[in-house]
Design a protein around this ligand. Structure first.
Ligand code: QAP
Ligand code: CO
Length: 168
C-alpha cells in the first residue's frame, strides 16, 4: 500500500474529465487500496482518482464515525431522488484549509461497480449523499470552489498558490 500525492487547486490537472473503466482488474484494486490509505492518512472522508492524477471514474469514501465503512464506486452514475437541497460546509483535500457552504440535492441514487466489478445500486442521503456528489464532481473536473463567489475563489487561489510556492 502507498500514500499517493494529492493535487491541489488550482492545478489544471484537477480539470481533467475522467474516463470510465473498461474492466476492474488487480491493478484497479491496488489503486483503490492506495486511495483508501491516502484518504485515511490525510485524514479525509472522500477521495476521487482525479485528485491523485489518475483520470479514471473511480472514487472512495468513508463517512462513518469509526472510519470502518470504506465505500468504493467505479463508473458511478447519480440520479437525484429529492430536488430538495441541503447546505453543507464542504472542504476538500485538494483545497486544504478552506471550507465553504455548498447546496446540493439531499437524496440521490447511485449505480456503480464494486471492487469486484459487480454492479450495485444504493440510495444515499445526509453526508454520504453530499460527499458522493462532491467526489463525482471531481471526476468531471469540477471543484466545490466552483459553486462559491469568484471573489472568494480568487482569494483561495492566491493563498494556495503562495503556500505552494513556499513549499517548492
Ligand atoms: C469531501 O473532503 C467532502 O481542508 C471530502 O485541511 C467534504 O475529506 C464532501 C480535509 C465535506 C462533503 C463534505 C480538508 C482535510 C478533508 C482540509 C475531505 C484539510 C484537511 C476533506
Ligand atoms: Co474534494
Amino acid at each position: 500500500m502507498a500514500v499517493l500525492e494529492i493535487l491541489e487547486f488550482p492545478d489544471p490537472r484537477l480539470r481533467t474529465e475522467a474516463k470510465p473503466l473498461a474492466r476492474v482488474t488487480d491493478t484497479t484494486r491496488t489503486l483503490i487500496d492506495d486511495m483508501l490509505e491516502t484518504m485515511y492518512e490525510a485524514p479525509g472522508i472522500g477521495l476521487a482518482a482525479t485528485q491523485v492524477n489518475i483520470h479514471q471514474r473511480l472514487l472512495v469514501m468513508d463517512v462513518s464515525d469509526e472510519k470502518s465503512e470504506a465505500m468504493v464506486f467505479i463508473n458511478p452514475v447519480i440520479s437525484v431522488l429529492d430536488e430538495e437541497l441541503a447546505e453543507y460546509d464542504e472542504g476538500c483535500l485538494s483545497v486544504p484549509g478552506f471550507y465553504e457552504t455548498v447546496c446540493r440535492p439531499r437524496k440521490v441514487m447511485v449505480s456503480a461497480l464494486n471492487r469486484d466489478g459487480e454492479p450495485f445500486t444504493l440510495e444515499l442521503e445526509g453526508l454520504a449523499a453530499i460527499c458522493l456528489q462532491h467526489e463525482v464532481d471531481h471526476l468531471n473536473g469540477k471543484l466545490f470552489v466552483d459553486y462559491i463567489s469568484p471573489l472568494k475563489r480568487q482569494r483561495i487561489r492566491k493563498k494556495l498558490e503562495k503556500d505552494q510556492r513556499q513549499r517548492a
